[in-house]
Design a protein around this ligand. Structure first.
Ligand SMILES: [Zn+2]
Length: 78
């Protein structure tokens, strides 16, 4: 797998239900994270942001949108 893209990161940190598809994707992402420090940093930052936003608005969809916005700005700097 190549580096995670923006959408991979958003999806990965905001999974709210586990189904076959999300389990498969998570496994792929985790396998990549195990060997890639750069992506681990991005995912860790995204996870913190998402948790923060979720605790503020308590709505997964809104938190996900806000995360996409904020992360979009931040990833532009990487
Ligand atoms: Zn990577």
């Amino acid at each position: 797998m190549e580096h995670l893209n923006f959408e991979n990161v958003i999806e990965f940190v905001s999974f709210d239900k586990l189904n076959d598809e999300s389990i498969k994707k998570s496994a792929e992402v985790n396998a990549h994270l195990a060997e890639c420090e750069a992506c681990r940093k991005i995912v860790r930052a995204a996870q913190l942001l998402y948790d923060e936003m979720l605790s503020e608005c308590r709505d997964r969809e809104i938190a996900k949108e806000k995360l996409a916005e904020t992360l979009g700005e931040q990833m532009g700097q990487f």
